[in-house]
Unconditional design. Structure first.
Length: 454
């Protein structure tokens, strides 16, 4: 640290002791006594101070997202919303004097710099304001990432998808062993850096502006601890996709009523036709699930998108925590995930002053799932699929099924004639889980199975 800064620091914070390190005499270590800097809960303490300052000036903190504060005048004609990310603020207001008054108040406590205008930069986001819309994109940030991958544009091969879905690549991902230490060093040199660092860069882009990367990031994220060469190839595929699709902003309309409708159109790459659907301007949700997309663990992928004014405002894509018994089971788990997020967003909109008297529409393309939700119970319209599970010991597998899944008296089981390997399949039938054991000709009733295990 420069000497002039140390002198200022000692005067400003007399309770903090500054001592030189024995190993490096030209560097200093700050030891906290009674101040914020240097303490482990520094972030929490800073947030408490900022919250108290804003609350004194009549800003209400959202109980859903504690980083959002809102001010409304007594007559409800003036509003300012403040979004906080550590020490960066993003503010939206209806009247200029609200912005100026808050800046004056904050300068009493902190040093503050401001930036206004039609173009803003916030956390690697480019925000552009127009008379009819506000756009958000990460074009400049994405360009920095892909330039490191492809300094020469002649080496770039275009691609329309961020992830290869052919069976050969899926098989290579699931069967290729993790790279050895020496091999990993070579792969990091070849693909521009550590696997975890590169994946984190793409993760940031996915969370903010590129939901299309979600499946690829989720699938490749399972190789974070022990990456293989196909996993590195998957990262390069994402970089190629971003390099050929750098500018994809979100356009949020201005001065549009919530009680209207909006038409969504999707045009596929290199196609002249498009699909379209009419949805409400109010909060709406689309959810879906892909059954057993991971060949290694057979877990499904859930996805849900929430729209406002016909534009996506939130998305969540990830693996389900357990193996789904069938396709309807996977889709019901996706619906449950979407409903939990819908409740959160409804409370958040209420805090911002938007009434939520009407229910939020959810779009589902699976009729058995719709029937189950409408009936509030598992109906006979269940799509079945067998998911194989292997166990080394038949007795352990039988004990697991009986104790964890449960049977009815009418269920039949078939005992395999060998003990070195045991495979079984299970499915869901009208709310009752039962099991069928393969590779034998002798059927035994359920009470006998209990005696056999005990």
């Amino acid at each position: 640290m420069p000497p002039y800064y140390l002198q200022w620091f000692r005067c400003k914070y007399p309770n903090i002791k500054i001592t030189s390190l024995e190993a490096e005499a030209d560097k200093y270590c700050l030891q906290s006594m009674n101040a914020i800097q240097g303490t482990k809960p520094a972030g929490h303490q800073w947030n408490n101070i900022l919250t108290k300052v804003l609350q004194v000036h009549k800003y209400k903190q959202s109980h859903i997202d504690h980083a959002v504060f809102i001010y409304c005048s007594p007559d409800k004609t003036e509003t300012q919303i403040v979004c906080v990310s550590t020490d960066d603020f993003l503010r939206a207001f209806t009247h200029q004097h609200l912005f100026d008054d808050l800046c004056t108040s904050l300068r009493k406590y902190f040093e503050l710099t401001t930036k206004e205008g039609p173009k803003l930069s916030y956390l690697n986001l480019n925000i552009k304001q127009h008379s009819t819309y506000i756009s958000i994109d990460q074009t400049a940030h994405i360009q920095e990432i892909v330039n490191a991958w492809f300094p020469d544009s002649t080496d770039l091969h275009t691609t329309d998808t961020p992830f290869r879905t052919d069976s050969e690549f899926e098989k290579a991902l699931s069967e290729t062993l993790p790279a050895e230490p020496d091999e990993l060093i070579q792969l990091e040199k070849q693909y521009g850096g550590p696997y975890r660092t590169t994946l984190g860069q793409f993760q940031h882009v996915k969370e903010w502006t590129r939901p299309k990367l979600s499946y690829a990031i989720t699938h490749l994220g399972s190789f974070n601890v022990a990456p293989s060469e196909p996993a590195f190839q998957g990262l390069k595929r994402i970089a190629r996709f971003l390099a050929t699709h750098t500018d994809k902003p979100f356009f949020y309309p201005k001065n549009v009523l919530l009680d209207g409708t909006n038409t969504l159109r999707h045009q596929y790459d290199h196609s002249t036709t498009h699909d379209k659907i009419t949805i409400l301007n109010d909060l709406e949700c689309f959810q879906d699930a892909g059954l057993a997309r991971d060949l290694a663990d057979q877990r499904s992928i859930s996805a849900c998108f929430h729209f406002l004014y016909g534009v996506a405002v939130s998305w969540k894509i990830g693996k389900q925590p357990v193996v789904a018994a069938h396709s309807t089971d996977a889709k019901l788990r996706a619906i449950f995930l979407a409903l939990k997020r819908t409740i959160t967003f409804r409370h958040f909109l209420e805090h911002l002053g938007y009434s939520q008297a009407d229910p939020t529409r959810h779009h589902e393309d699976n009729q058995p799932s719709i029937d189950i939700v409408a009936a509030n119970k598992v109906t006979s319209r269940v799509q079945h699929i067998h998911i194989p599970i292997s166990a080394p010991n038949p007795l352990q597998a039988l004990y697991f099924i009986v104790t964890s899944i449960g049977f009815e008296e009418s269920a039949l089981a078939q005992i395999p004639p060998y003990l070195n390997k045991f495979s079984f399949q299970f499915e869901k039938e009208s709310g009752t889980l039962f099991s069928s054991f393969v590779c034998s000709e002798t059927f035994l009733s359920l009470p006998f199975l209990f005696r056999f295990i005990l």
